[in-house]
Design a protein. Structure first.
Length: 276
């Protein structure tokens, strides 16, 4: 089944394009220690060196003399790891809450959905700003802060799917053999309700990459780790005289988010095609 969904996704133009862009970003991130060994934040050349002037610094340097190419490849690690970690955390928390709420119903459903309502009353980025300010700008703190505003959509989607499935014959059969309610919810119903949530994962990854870059732009990320958002923030003061400092990480961010969103669109259409 998984192989069929992957194949159907990649055969669609948007899915193939998104997968290619995402694989490129992942390859750069994995090859960062080989492509740019050493500290990407080290000063290695003359400040604001233009691209293609020095073969060792193909994309030039920023105003502190740091290699932009090294920042790009190491920044890909920060963006992709953060995006994937937020998506996994949000999917696990949201799926668990949605499965429990949808299967048990009653007061449990009411309580969990009110918690989701409370989380949705605050814009997710403002919530992340507040949490990072309290937790601290560590990588783990950024993941927790971004996940806090990302799990609610998954919870509601899984809850709706579980509520539509809990009256099916295979669920009734599990009840008749005496399986505990939570075992039925997580082992029988939830695996059949995850498909829409998996398609939502691409949206969460894209949003997390953008939010992580925005936090870095505002100085609310680990200062000892290369980040595309931090590179853009660093170059805004020299945008007119050295636009390459901002353009390079900006293009990398745009292409990566576009690739993730296109892959998610292809996956959504593939899942919809299997359902019809």
């Amino acid at each position: 089944m998984a192989d069929g969904i992957v194949g159907a996704t990649l055969r669609r133009p948007e899915g193939g394009f998104g997968a290619a862009m995402l694989l490129l970003a992942a390859a750069l991130a994995l090859a960062a220690p080989l492509l740019a060994p050493g500290d990407p934040l080290a000063m290695v050349g003359r400040p604001l060196l233009a691209p293609l002037v020095d073969p060792a610094l193909p994309l030039g340097t920023d105003r502190l003399g740091r290699s932009i190419a090294a920042g790009l490849v190491h920044g890909a690690q920060a963006s992709l790891v953060t995006g994937l970690a937020v998506a996994v955390t949000a999917l696990c928390v949201g799926a668990a809450c949605g499965a429990v709420a949808g299967y048990l119903g009653g007061i449990v459903d009411e309580m969990l959905m009110r918690v989701a309502d409370a989380a949705q009353t605050v814009p997710s980025f403002l919530l992340a700003l507040a949490l990072v300010s309290v937790i601290g700008p560590s990588p783990a703190g950024v993941v927790v802060a971004l996940s806090a505003g990302s799990w609610t959509a998954t919870a509601r989607m899984v809850r709706a799917e579980v509520m539509s499935l809990r009256g099916r014959a295979f669920v009734e059969a599990s009840r008749l053999v005496g399986r505990p309610p939570l075992a039925i919810a997580f082992r029988v119903v939830l695996p059949n309700a995850l498909a829409p949530a998996i398609a939502l994962a691409a949206v969460i990854v894209a949003g997390a990459i953008l939010s992580e870059s925005a936090l870095a732009f505002l100085g609310l990320s680990d200062p000892n780790r290369a980040s595309w958002g931090a590179m853009i923030a660093e170059g805004r003061s020299v945008l007119r005289t050295a636009p390459h400092v901002v353009v390079a990480p900006g293009v990398a961010l745009f292409v990566t988010v576009l690739g993730v969103s296109r892959l998610g669109e292809g996956l959504r259409k593939a899942l919809a095609g299997r359902a019809t």
